[in-house]
Ligand binder design. Structure first.
Ligand code: GLV
Length: 317
């Protein structure tokens, strides 16, 4: 039986399968393991099933036991793993695409709506039970029939587009490559991000975190957005320059922001927390029972296939 380290608790359905298939070291207390703990607990393991919060940079990878041949990430994003460093050491890296597309697209729409309809301020007024209804009370920005820019038109971006069509929105997108018309479904392609921003009354960020997308929304590029734009980020915190965004939210350039992901999460830039025009969630993108079970199964499938000597279909390096 192959030996693996599982860095966080899995749902019972996944845990049972892991224990049936592998000699698995579990983290019963479900505490966040430090890199040193991951290195030492995996020292005689053949593989590691980890989560996005486990960082595997070049240095950490260089300290992993040579027995470790696969890192199966329980997430679609894998910016926590230096895949080139892993490849250099002959370690396969896999992720869990497809299964979390719908759940994450739902959260993107929730962020857009929560931000544009001022859900955070609304909750505060409702809790205080003292609001005074008036015709101009907490007026939001309506999504219906507006232009939606989607940054990153992969599976999740396309699922956001599908939902946004229900609001009558005109869909624009920027992606490395233009999609075929059967995937575009009428969405308008922008070869560069700035041209997308110009059209984006609403902007949904759904691209991976890479060197190219780090701080893609910054002091200079935010200026391209229409005044009073609404922005939602369900991808990775790194894509927004927080300082520039906070400034734009204060000046009114940005009407409201919806965030599920943060630079350096779970910490959040304290300046954000002073702003009423922020609707925020604690990284819930894939957090439904069905999706989390499917993510676990996908990560386990990848380990199983790999240990049979085949290339897992989700191998990213
Ligand atoms: C969640 O953020 C994921 O990448 O799966």
């Amino acid at each position: 039986m192959k030996k693996i380290l599982v860095t966080r608790n899995l749902l019972p359905e996944n845990e049972k399968r892991v224990l049936d298939l592998f000699n698995a070291t579990l983290n019963k207390e479900d505490k966040v393991l430090s890199p040193e703990e991951v290195i030492s607990l995996s020292k005689d393991c053949d593989g590691i099933l980890c989560v996005g919060g486990n960082k595997f940079d070049k240095e950490i990878i260089s300290k992993l036991s040579s027995s470790v041949k696969i890192i199966a990430n329980y997430a679609v994003g894998y910016n926590n793993v230096d895949v080139d460093a892993a490849e250099e050491r002959g370690i396969a890296v896999t992720n869990t695409p497809e299964v979390l597309t719908d759940a994450t697209a739902d959260i993107s729409i929730l962020l857009l709506l929560g931000a544009s309809r001022r859900a955070y301020e609304g909750r505060k007024h409702a809790e205080a039970q003292s609001w005074n209804w008036s015709t101009n009370f907490l007026m939001g920005k309506q999504m219906s029939n507006k232009k939606l820019g989607i940054l990153g038109m992969g599976r999740i971006g396309r699922a956001v587009a599908q939902r946004a069509r229900g609001f009558g929105m005109e869909i624009h997108y920027h992606n490395r490559n233009k999609l075929s018309s059967d995937l575009e479904l009428g969405a308008i392609y922008h070869k560069d991000a700035k041209s997308l921003f110009v059209e984006s009354e609403f902007l949904s960020i759904n691209c991976p975190a890479t060197a190219e997308t780090t701080n893609l929304l910054n002091e200079e590029t935010i200026k391209f957005l229409p005044d009073k734009a609404v922005v939602a980020n369900a991808a990775r915190g790194d894509i927004i320059d927080d300082r520039a965004m906070i400034q734009a939210m204060k000046s009114g350039k940005i009407f409201a922001l919806g965030l599920d992901v943060y630079n350096g999460e779970p910490r959040i830039n304290k300046e954000y927390l002073k702003l009423d025009n922020l609707f925020l969630l604690p990284h819930l993108g894939s957090s439904t029972k069905r999706t989390r079970i499917d993510m676990g199964d996908r990560a386990i499938d990848n380990l199983e296939v790999f240990f049979l000597g085949k290339k897992p279909k989700d191998q990213v390096n």
